[in-house]
Structures are given as structure tokens and as C-alpha cells.
Design a protein around this ligand. Structure first.
Ligand SMILES: [Zn+2]
Ligand SMILES: [Zn+2]
Length: 249
């Protein structure tokens, strides 16, 4: 029955493959930005440089941990509001470069590629959590206007196409900008973020299992603030999937 709700499997894979061809169409390698020889979409050696997380993960946020450690040092210290987290890759190397290019050099097409790579890694996690809706972590409208797109939204759309899970845009909104956040310490950051999100009144999330989508997971402060807003609107379960995640070891 689960397969009816979440149409993973062969069809999803075929769709994703044709989509992969589409999104990789630009004749530059989306991982290193170098021009590609005709007929090639992405350098196999660049794909090979992506650091997949295959070992132990923190039981709460999904960061890589040492064997025998149930929680990462951060989760051992800070109780989180969200139920569980999963980062597809370590935020490092080619993945870090691609995320930075997507955010700060306007490479929207990189979000397509990163979304697909993330969907493949996160498929089992989403299924395990019986995710009913994907919700992109919202950007303040002023910031979105400046950047032209919200990368979390593009990622969520790609992950939705791959998994068949519907995406709810504009349900969770950011009411406060966080321009000066970089200067704040963790505690101040948390305080500043708490209450920075709200759920639009007539949203269908009550009683549902949700997955937030974002580009990077660091301290979980953003995920907690978003989860808080979703729970206040009646969500039953809130997990988070990101492209990159920290490795604090
Ligand atoms: Zn390359
Ligand atoms: Zn953790």
C-alpha cells in the first residue's frame, strides 16, 4: 500500500533518468563548472569525488558519527524539535562548491542536479518516515527577490519529481529576515530564528507527516524553528532532508 502513496521504484527511476538528461543539458559540468566534451553531461571523475555517507549516522540529525556513538556531539547537547534528519552528503569538496555556486553565483540549474542526487540518497529515509508532503525551508521574500529563486524550493521540486511526493510551496513562510545572523552565536541564532516562521492559515498539514527540504544542515536551529511552526499548525511528524550536512568529528 505504501507504494501507492509513494510511487518509488522503476517508474520513478525512469522519470528521474530522463529528467537527469534534461537538467544536465547545459554543456558545462555542474560539479566543477568546466566545459564538457560533446555528448558528455557530467564528469565521471567529478561524480566520483562526491563523498557519500555510508557509515554511522547520528540517530537524530543524521550527521556522520563514529561507530558506537548514538548521537552527534551537537544533538547530545541540544534537544531538537524536529523528529529526524538526513543529509545526503558531507558539506565538503565538490558538493560544497556546487551549493555555493547555486546560492551565490545564481546557478539555479545546479539545484536540479543537487536535488536529484539528494533524492536518490534520501529515498529510503523519506519512505521510512511515510512522508506525505515536502516543504522547502522558506526564504524571506526580500532575499528571494534579490537572489531570484529559493534554492530550497528548486531542490524540493526535484526531490518531489523523483519520489512522487507532493511539494507544498508558500505554506510555510518566513516572516523575519536574518540578515545579521552570521554575527550571532548559536544561542542568539536560535532565539533570533524562533518565531521567524509561520504556517499559512488554510494549509493542509494538520495530522500529516512532513519533510522540510534545505540545502545545508549545520546546528539544526532553522529546522527546529520550522518544525515548531509546523507542529503549531497541527503537523504530526516533521523531519528534514538536506543536500549537505556537517561532519563535526
Ligand atoms: Zn566536472
Ligand atoms: Zn545529530
Amino acid at each position: 500500500m505504501v507504494s501507492k502513496i509513494l510511487p518509488f521504484g522503476e517508474e520513478g527511476r525512469r522519470k528521474a533518468f530522463s529528467l537527469l538528461l534534461d537538467v544536465l543539458y547545459p554543456p558545462r559540468c555542474p560539479l566543477c563548472g568546466e566545459a564538457m566534451p560533446v555528448g558528455q553531461k557530467i564528469h565521471p571523475e567529478c561524480i566520483g569525488k562526491i563523498q557519500r555517507i555510508t557509515g554511522h549516522r547520528c540517530a537524530k540529525c543524521g550527521k556522520p558519527t563514529d561507530p558506537g556513538e548514538r548521537l552527534c556531539s551537537d544533538c547530545a547537547e541540544t534537544p531538537h524539535r524536529f523528529n529526524a534528519g538526513f543529509g545526503a552528503f558531507v558539506y565538503d569538496g565538490v558538493i560544497r562548491d556546487a551549493i555555493l555556486a547555486m546560492k551565490f553565483r545564481g546557478k539555479k540549474e545546479y539545484a536540479d542536479m543537487l536535488g536529484l542526487l539528494t533524492a536518490r540518497e534520501a529515498e529510503a529515509f523519506l519512505r521510512m518516515n511515510h512522508t506525505q508532503y515536502l516543504i522547502p525551508v522558506p526564504m524571506h521574500r526580500k532575499k528571494k527577490r534579490m537572489r531570484g529563486f529559493n534554492q530550497a524550493e528548486v531542490l524540493a521540486v526535484r526531490i518531489g519529481q523523483y519520489t512522487g511526493i507532493p511539494v507544498l510551496k508558500d505554506v510555510l513562510v518566513r516572516t523575519r529576515g536574518t540578515a545579521a545572523m552570521k554575527a550571532l552565536d548559536t544561542g542568539e541564532r536560535r532565539k533570533n530564528l524562533s518565531g521567524a516562521f509561520r504556517v499559512n492559515g488554510r494549509s493542509p498539514i494538520a495530522g500529516k507527516s512532513l519533510c522540510l527540504i534545505d540545502d545545508i544542515y549545520t546546528t539544526g536551529a532553522t529546522a527546529d524553528a520550522c518544525a515548531e511552526a509546523c507542529f503549531a499548525a497541527g503537523a504530526a511528524r516533521v523531519v528534514i532532508v538536506t543536500v549537505g550536512t556537517g561532519d563535526d568529528r
